[in-house]
Design a protein around this ligand. Structure first.
Ligand code: NDP
Length: 273
């Protein structure tokens, strides 16, 4: 019998998850149907229960429901617990299991696809929202020399760094505190690029950097990536690989089979021009 999965968000028509999971299912000969559901803004829980009660096996969760999904879960895996948000649910009888694959998807894209190991590196993460929260535990597990979170609202970054300080070498600061600092890997995990804006970072952060990574995907050369390119960073990437890799982790969790992400990333990549 065909097993049903869905991504839930609002809006949802832009979501690439049905395309990605359908490609994974074809590749691995899994009998699943994966659809997109627009969750009502005032009725997220009801929509999840209705999907589960109609035989649904699992869901991806996207904006604005990642926190509500966390609250709804009966069992949270450690990554979701520490991130305070979930992007994947699995239904097992009455239990609703929650995990967060955004961070591990990002780390897999950096290390496996782009060949940039985080161990021993000075890493700068711009932003202090949900994507950064999800990334911190998987990043610190790779043992970077130092992980700096810098955010427009500095207090959010310092609070996050304090919350994760037991897990590794991590510092939080404001964007204005980055003057004179340089990093090996710089990631833009702000939503500035959605509005073609540039986070107020000094170009000097890119001095000697091996990679600049934009979490937003499909927007070509964003102002952040352009700044990095002009500063001479040899490797630029956007978040399409992260998107596909987090989907692959959810697919393994649900189906017990690992898909090949390479062809799916290649199909979805928009050139950085
Ligand atoms: P949140 O809304 O939780 O956080 C947004 C962050 O961006 C905040 O830190 C905010 O700072 C900062 N910000 C917004 N505008 C600006 C600006 N003009 N200048 C500087 N900082 C700014 O978003 P998420 O953390 O969930 O997501 C961040 C981005 O990552 C999104 O654009 C999303 O598309 C992308 N993403 C990509 C994924 C992928 O698979 N490729 C997965 C998840 C997210 P402040 O706190 O001061 O408001």
């Amino acid at each position: 019998m065909t097993d049903r999965y869905a991504v839930i968000g609002n809006p949802i028509s832009h979501s690439k998850s049905p395309l990605i999971h359908t490609a994974f299912a074809q590749q691995t000969a899994q009998d699943i149907a994966y659809t997109a559901l627009e969750g009502p803004l005032d009725g997220f829980a009801g929509a999840v229960y209705a999907f589960r009660d109609a035989g649904g096996r699992g869901m991806n969760v996207t904006a604005p429901f990642k926190l509500q999904a966390f609250d709804l879960a009966t069992d949270r895996l450690e990554r979701a617990e520490l991130a305070g948000a979930t992007n994947a649910l699995k239904f097992e009888g009455d239990r609703i299991l929650a995990d967060n694959f955004d961070g591990v998807g990002l780390v897999n894209d950096l290390q496996r696809n782009l060949g940039v190991a985080l161990a021993g590196k000075r890493v700068l993460l711009l932003g202090a929202g949900g994507a950064v929260r999800g990334a911190l535990l998987p990043f610190l597990a790779e043992q970077p020399a130092e992980l700096v979170i810098a955010n427009r609202t500095a207090e959010k970054a310092t609070a996050l760094a304090a919350a994760f300080s037991r897990r590794g070498r991590i510092t939080g600061c404001g964007l204005g505190d980055l003057a004179g600092e340089r990093f090996d890997v710089v990631l833009n995990a702000t939503s500035a690029s959605l509005k073609a804006e540039l986070p107020a970072v000094p170009a000097s952060v890119f001095t000697g950097a091996v990679l600049a990574y934009e979490l937003v995907y499909g927007k070509g050369l964003t102002p952040f990536l352009r700044l990095a390119q002009n500063a001479g960073v040899p490797l630029l990437a956007d978040g399409v690989g992260m998107l596909v890799e987090q989907a692959a982790e959810a697919f393994v969790w649900w189906r017990g089979v690992r898909p090949d992400t390479g062809p799916v990333i290649a199909r979805m990549t928009v050139p950085l021009v």
